[in-house]
Design a protein around this ligand. Structure first.
Ligand code: PLP
Length: 445
């Protein structure tokens, strides 16, 4: 490709591109960061500046940028086949990947339905749960058409996934487009919705969920949850035992548990899947982001045999799951995912993570002493540092001061890329980072 001057690229970007989750007026005023290449834990911009990637691109990079083995797997697959449809056909890498995913995910998840993003993985999970109740068992189960979702939840940006989302800033504007859900409190312990303190937390939020299920279970298809950490809400770490209790309630009230592991899956929380922290097997799991280690778009929604079986029938019975995207199960993306998963094993990544998590936990402690840090939350290699103007009242800084963005720009000047969520500074280091690099991420932050 021709070498373009940075100024030229900036001009064209500002002229032609609309960036996601970005206030474009502000974008027009600033010098954009234009990334040209990556290597290991670093990204390089078009002017040759080097940055540690403190957010794993967007929470996706696992083994680092420009990883030889994954690049090679992609090239080899491209040499054979770039794409062929999965509608009525199979391809080799999607079959092999499905087999592998069944092997490594929580027990009982035996069937894999592919798509391309976290949003679509969730959308598919919702549709499967909905159709399942329409097609199986007793007549009264057909009333199970609603979902329980959490306040502060983020499950993506398609209409279904926004419907089960609970972040007002992103979701409120679309209210009249969305389907109705039943909302349960979020386990946001720093700002407990039930006004409990961490010391006297008796997981009242789960009791609230219980009373919701008690009243509404006959009309509820499933509970949708981000296991262990509500990511986009600002890294809200649920109290120990929360997820297991929700699983128990779903069993008791005969509703499906849909675990959205898009952000927390593939090692991010220190275990391969967050559900493993509490030995939970969901009925449906949604996977994306780390599935290809950050190389190509791919997602998977996995279910139990019991759910899958409810979709079996003669063609005329119309029990088929009528859902599918053109690029579903793309063989190149599946080849990248297979190479990514092989590296987990070869590099014993989950085992080596433990030392990094300890360093990260220790390193984060010093932030708690800072004048404007209200809370520091962490699980594995994901952390959120909540910035407030006043730690006593927990009052955030007025938005007009744009504090998080100023921190981002300051970090960038010092060679680190981070990205906030509202007033929470997010650290999502690449899982393969060395201890030295991790320390640098903390020091610069
Ligand atoms: N679910 C969760 C928990 C997420 O954090 C995200 C994205 O951050 C999504 C779903 C949506 O994924 P995508 O952006 O790939 O559509």
């Amino acid at each position: 490709m021709k070498n373009y001057k940075p100024e030229q690229l900036e001009r064209w970007d500002k002229q032609y591109v609309w960036h996601p989750f970005t206030q474009m007026r502000q974008w027009q005023k600033e010098r954009p960061l234009i990334i040209e290449k990556g290597e290991g834990s670093y990204l390089y911009d078009v002017e040759g500046n080097k940055y540690l990637d403190g957010i794993s691109s967007l929470w996706v990079t696992v083994h680092g940028h420009r990883k030889r083995e994954i690049n090679q797997a992609i090239i080899e697959q491209l040499d054979k086949l770039a794409h062929s449809t999965m509608l009525g056909q199979a391809n080799i890498t999607s079959t092999l990947l499905a087999r592998k995913l069944v092997e490594i995910t929580p027990e009982g998840l035996n069937k894999v339905f592919y798509s391309e993003s976290g949003s679509t993985a969730v959308e598919i999970g919702l549709k499967i749960a909905y159709q399942y109740w329409q097609q199986q068992g007793e007549e009264k189960d057909k009333d199970k058409r609603k979902f329980v979702s959490l306040v502060n939840a983020y499950h993506g940006d398609t209409i279904g996934s926004v419907s089960v989302g609970g972040i007002d800033l992103f979701h409120k504007i679309f209210a009249s487009l969305l389907f109705e859900t039943i909302s349960a409190p979020s386990p946001y312990c720093y700002r407990c919705p039930l006004n409990l303190s961490k010391e006297n937390c008796s997981m009242e939020c789960v009791n609230e969920m219980e009373s919701l299920l008690d009243r509404h279970h006959h009309e509820i298809a499933g509970v949708v949850i981000e296991p262990v950490v509500q990511g986009a809400a600002g890294m809200l770490v649920a109290p120990d035992g929360y997820l297991a209790k929700v699983r128990e309630l779903c069993n008791r009230y005969n509703v499906l548990l849909i675990a959205d592991e898009v952000a927390v899956g593939f090692g991010r929380t220190g275990k391969m899947f967050a559900c493993a922290h509490e030995n939970v097997s969901p009925d449906i799991i949604c996977l994306a982001k780390g599935i290809t280690g950050g190389y190509l778009p791919l997602a998977a929604t996995m279910t139990t045999n019991e759910i899958y079986n409810a979709f079996l029938g003669e063609v005329y019975e119309c029990k088929t799951f009528y859902h599918g995207h053109t690029y579903t199960g793309n063989p190149v993306a599946c080849a990248a995912a297979l190479a990514n998963l092989e590296l987990f094993e070869k590099d014993k990544l989950i085992e080596t993570l433990q030392g990094k998590v300890t360093l990260f936990t220790e390193g984060l402690k010093r932030f708690k002493e800072l004048q404007h840090v209200g809370d520091v939350r962490q699980k594995g290699l994901m952390a959120g540092i909540e910035i407030v103007e006043n730690t006593a009242t927990k009052e955030p800084f007025p938005v007009k001061y744009n504090i998080p963005h100023r921190i981002v720009l300051e970090a960038r000047k010092n060679g680190l890329i981070i990205r906030p969520l509202d007033n929470v500074m997010v650290l999502m280091p690449i899982l393969s980072m060395s201890l030295t690099e991790l320390t640098q991420v903390l020091d610069i932050t």
